[in-house]
Design a protein around this ligand. Structure first.
Ligand SMILES: Cc1cc2nc3c(=O)[nH]c(=O)nc-3n(C[C@H](O)[C@H](O)[C@H](O)COP(=O)(O)O)c2cc1C
Length: 331
C-alpha cells in the first residue's frame, strides 16, 4: 500500500508530509522552525519567546532565509487573562508584514483573531484540547483543527482523554482538515492517525532532542534518559493543567497543591517562564523550572538533525502501512 502522505492538510499548507511541529515557548526559534520547513513539515515561531518586537521580526527574516522558500508559521497562544494578550495584535501585524500567512492559534477564544487573519488572506490552524472547543473554532472559521490529547507536553487543558480516543470520536464531525496531537513520537502512530481518517499529526516533545533545538546539552542528555513515566500533570487545582518533566520543581508544585494553594501567586517563581529559560535551557539544570514535556519523549534515543528524525518517522509510518497491507486477506 502506498503511504497516504498527501492529505487535505498537506494540500492546505503546501507541505510534503502531514506533520506539524507545534509552537514551543523559548524553543521554536528561526533555526528550529526552518529545519521543520526544510524537512517537509510546518513549524511555528512563538513571538512570546522574544524580548522585543525587533527580535521577533529578525527571527522571521532569518527563518525565511533558512527555510529555502518553504512555508512556515507563527504560533499565537491566547491567555485567559486579557492583559496577557495585549501584544497579540502587534505580533500579527509584524508577522503579516514579513509575509507569514500560516498561524497556529492556541488557548482562549480565537474567534476575533481568526477573522483578522482571514481578512489578511492567512490560514489558521486552531489547536483545541476538546472536540467541543474544536467545533467552536471551526464555526468561527478555522481552516484546520488540531485536537490535543491529555498526553500533550505543555498545556493540554482540563481534558482527560487520550489523543487516540479523541481522534476516533472526532473523525466525521469536522468539515475542515483534522490533525491529532499529544503523545505522538513514532511513525506507527502517524500511520494509525491517517488510517483513522485524520489529515495529519502535531508533535512537540519528540523533537526536543533534535540538533536544531537550542538548549543546554546537559538537558538534552537528560531527555534521552526519560521513559514514558518521566512526565507528570500538575496545576489541575487551578484549572491550568500543565504536563511537565517530573523534577524537583514539579514535586514542589505537587506539595503546594496538596497543601491547598489556591491561586497562581501561591506558586511564586516556581511557575515563572523565565526560570525555565535561565534555569534549565541555559544552564542544563533540569531540576529547575516547569519544563513542558510529554511521554512521547520516550521515543527519543539520539540527538540528531531534525531531518533525520522526520525521515525516521516517515520510514516507520511506511513500514506500518506495509505490515497492515500484508495482513489484509488477498482476493
Ligand atoms: C517545551 C514545550 C513548549 C511548548 N510551548 C507551547 C506554546 O508556547 N504554545 C503552544 O500553543 N503550545 C506549546 N507547546 C505544545 C506544543 O505546541 C504541542 O502542542 C505539543 O508538544 C504536542 O504534544 P507532544 O508534546 O505530546 O508531542 C509546548 C510544548 C513543549 C514540549
Amino acid at each position: 500500500m502506498a503511504a497516504p502522505f498527501r492529505t487535505r492538510l498537506t494540500e492546505l499548507l503546501g507541505i510534503e508530509y502531514p506533520i506539524l511541529g507545534g509552537g514551543l515557548m523559548w524553543l521554536s526559534d528561526a533555526r528550529y522552525v526552518a529545519a521543520l520547513a526544510r524537512a517537509g513539515c510546518m513549524g511555528f515561531i512563538t513571538p512570546r519567546s522574544f524580548a522585543s518586537d525587533d527580535a521577533f521580526a529578525e527571527a522571521l527574516d532569518l527563518c525565511a532565509d533558512l527555510s529555502a522558500g518553504r512555508p512556515f508559521g507563527v504560533n499565537l497562544t491566547l491567555s485567559s487573562r486579557p492583559e496577557a494578550n495585549r501584544s497579540v495584535q502587534r505580533w500579527v501585524e509584524i508577522a503579516l508584514a514579513h509575509g507569514v500567512r500560516h498561524f497556529e492559534t492556541a488557548g482562549y477564544r480565537p474567534d476575533g483573531l481568526i477573522g483578522t487573519l482571514h481578512a489578511a488572506g492567512a490560514t489558521v490552524i486552531h489547536k483545541a484540547s476538546s472536540i467541543r472547543h474544536g467545533l467552536a473554532a471551526e464555526r468561527a472559521g478555522a481552516d484546520a483543527i488540531a485536537l490535543i490529547g491529555m498526553e500533550e507536553g505543555g498545556h493540554p487543558g482540563m481534558n482527560e482523554l487520550p489523543a487516540m480516543l479523541m481522534g476516533a470520536l472526532a473523525v466525521g464531525r469536522f468539515r475542515v482538515p483534522l490533525v491529532l496531537g499529544g503523545g505522538i513520537g513514532h511513525g506507527r502512530q502517524i500511520a494509525a492517525a491517517l488510517v483513522q481518517g485524520l489529515d495529519g499529526v502535531l508533535m512537540g516533545s519528540r523533537f526536543l532532542v533534535c540538533e536544531e533545538i537550542s538548549v543546554h546539552p546537559d538537558y538534552k542528555a537528560h531527555l534521552l534518559t526519560c521513559d514514558e513515566h518521566a512526565t507528570v500533570r500538575v496545576l489541575q487545582s487551578l484549572g491550568n493543567t500543565w504536563r511537565v518533566l517530573s523534577n524537583d520543581t514539579a514535586r514542589q508544585i505537587e506539595a503546594l497543591e496538596r497543601s491547598g494553594a489556591l491561586d497562581h501567586a501561591a506558586f511564586g517563581d516556581l511557575i515563572k517562564g523565565t526560570t525555565v529559560r535561565d534555569g534549565c535551557y541555559a544552564t542544563g539544570d533540569w531540576n529547575r523550572g516547569m519544563l513542558s514535556l510529554g511521554p512521547a519523549i520516550a521515543f527519543a534515543h539520539r540527538i540528531e538533525p531534525l531531518s533525520v528524525i522526520v525521515s525516521g518517522l516517515i520510514h516507520e509510518a511506511q513500514h506500518a502501512f506495509q505490515t497492515f497491507d500484508s495482513r489484509m486477506p488477498k482476493r
